[in-house]
Design a protein around this ligand. Structure first.
Ligand SMILES: [Zn+2]
Length: 246
């Protein structure tokens, strides 16, 4: 058995030799969509992949599945380069990936999701697998972890291409962030539009011209590195617990 941890680099013989009860697989998933003028279109899947691969590399019994780079993002369609799929397709795709692993005898999978538009489809796929096949699938979303984000940035979570997300992608993929654009960034205060207190979904262009939503002050690569580290520790601890879970 090799010390490789990425499924696509292993052979079927390697997979056959893995312990089906204790092995945990992480499925990184994100989106290819606009993230403001300063960040790469791949921001969501690149961050999810970075966290997932680091954990798989450093945690025993943990392996990483190939990244799913396209998500539910049609609301960003007015920004060039954005790709999307429907929630129904994503649900079936994620479910089929999870069921493929189940077919090979593995029941423990964590979906590491980097994009808000994917959440409900992914959750549905997870609960259908857990209900019908008695799998043990979980969802991990670094950007929604209020305690974690607050401890580094003092805000409850990342919005979109804001200071939190820009810092984290800057930490994850330093060369892909255009720091010379930082000075001219503009953003909308929050995500979406509201009627009364209630949000209604709308195209991103209708509330932010730059594509950025949320506070943009205080971008820091150092803080981004801290978030990556804390998210990695948290995910690693969950994988260890899941590996031992019976
Ligand atoms: Zn994002």
């Amino acid at each position: 058995m090799s010390d490789k941890f990425l499924l696509h680099e292993l052979s079927w013989k390697d997979i056959k030799d893995l312990n089906q009860d204790t092995s945990v697989f992480i499925l990184p998933i994100g989106s290819t969509e606009q993230h403001g003028p300063q960040n790469p279109l791949g921001t969501d899947f690149l961050i999810a992949e970075k966290i997932a691969r680091k954990v798989a590399e450093n945690t025993i019994n943990v392996y990483c599945l190939p990244t799913l780079p396209i998500g539910v993002a049609s609301h960003h369609r007015d920004f060039p380069g954005t790709l999307w799929t429907s929630p129904q397709i994503l649900l079936y795709l994620v479910k089929d990936v999870l069921l493929s692993m189940f077919h090979h005898g593995f029941k423990k999978i964590i979906v590491c999701n980097g994009h808000g538009g994917n959440t409900s489809a992914v959750m549905q796929a997870i609960s259908e697998c857990n209900d019908k096949e008695e799998m043990k699938c979980l969802l991990f979303e670094w950007w929604k972890d209020e305690e974690l984000i607050k401890s580094v940035f003092g805000v409850p979570g990342a919005v979109h291409a804001d200071a939190v997300e820009t810092s984290v992608i800057w930490a994850a993929e330093e060369s892909l962030v255009q720091t010379d654009k930082f000075e001219q960034l503009t953003s909308s205060k929050e995500w979406g539009r509201k009627i009364g207190d209630l949000y209604f979904s709308s195209r991103t262009i209708q509330f932010t011209e730059s594509g950025i939503a949320g506070p943009i002050e205080g971008i820091s690569r150092e803080k981004g590195l801290k978030v990556l580290e804390k998210a990695g520790t948290k995910l690693s601890n969950v994988t260890i617990e899941l590996s031992n879970y019976v």
